[in-house]
Each structure stands twice: as C-alpha cells, then as structure tokens.
Write a protein that binds this ligand. Structure first.
Ligand code: FEO
Length: 173
C-alpha cells in the first residue's frame, strides 16, 4: 500500500516524465525543420524512452494498489537558436529530472517505503546515463561550434540510434 504522500509524488513524476517526452518530441520537430534528420531521430527515440519511464511508474502505482491520476501536460518550448542551445536545454532538463528523482528517493526513505525506494533505484541509475549522454553530445557540438561538415557527420551518426524498449514492470528492469 502506498502512502498518500508517495502516491501523489509518483503521480507527479508520471506527469514529469510525460512532459519530458513532450519536450523531446518538440525538439525533434524543430530538428526536422532544420533538416537535421539524425538529431531529429535521436530526440524522437528520447521521446519514446521518456514515455516508457512514465509507464514504468504508472504500472508501479497500479501494482501497489494506488490510484493513478493523470494530469495536464505543460506546453513545451518549440523554438531554439541552434542545435547547441537544444542540447544545453536537454542537459539542463535532465539535471532537473535527476533532482526530482532524488526528492522522490528522499521521500521514500522518510515514509519507510522501501519497495518504492527499490523501484526508484532504476531511475537513479538511468539519470546518471541520461546526464552523461546529453553532456557528451553537447561537448562534441561545442568542439566545432555546432556547424559545418562535423555537424553533418554527427547528424549521420545520430540517425543510427534505435529505440530499445525497457521492461516497464517493477521487477527485472
Ligand atoms: Fe525520464 Fe530523461 O528522464
């Protein structure tokens, strides 16, 4: 059984993960308009991943006999100066998600909810990876000022990314 506090916080995280999905889908559309098809692909895969993050928590709330409450998803930004600004935003956004996950972990400890704490460890690890990947792309872009032939090469490389579904069940992820 989830406490009301934990249930509310998990529902808020479902919303935050859907917002992340929405934000990356918006960035993907922007990249398509700049003819950066590889970046658009990478961001679209990111959108798909975020959806699975939301569903993972959604499933967990149900599994624990809690009540899912879907909330309104905020409108994401849809315009950036250039691709460097997009990835500065991705990196900043992932840092803010890490902070939300950390708050949830702290709450699970406060509420002595060790099952929720255990489920959240997957997200703790995932955030390390998410921040590292965003920073790696950002730093690469900065090396060539996000322009010219290297941008074209990087775009081609990012076109290779494919969506690999995660196990959204509580166990075995
Ligand atoms: Fe679901 Fe990118 O954190």
């Amino acid at each position: 059984m989830l406490s009301k506090k934990v249930e509310k916080a998990l529902n808020e995280q479902v919303n935050a993960e859907f917002f992340s999905a929405y934000l990356y889908l918006s960035m993907s559309a922007w990249a398509e308009m700049q003819n950066l098809k590889g970046f658009a692909n990478w961001l679209r895969v990111q959108y798909q991943e975020e959806t699975t993050h939301a569903i993972k928590i959604f499933n967990y709330i149900i599994e624990r006999g809690g009540q899912v409450e879907l909330m309104k998803i905020e409108k994401p930004e849809n315009n950036w100066k250039d691709i460097i600004e997009v990835f500065e935003h991705v990196y900043k956004h992932e840092q803010s998600v890490t902070s939300l996950i950390n708050d949830l972990v702290a709450l699970s400890i406060e509420e002595k909810d060790y099952a929720t704490n255990n489920m959240l460890q997957w997200f703790v690890n995932e955030q390390v990876e998410e921040e590292a990947t965003a920073l790696e792309i950002l730093e690469q872009l900065k090396l060539f000022d996000g322009k010219g032939a290297p941008l074209f090469m990087m775009d081609r490389e990012l076109k290779q990314r494919v969506f690999i579904p995660i196990d959204t069940a509580e166990k075995g992820a």
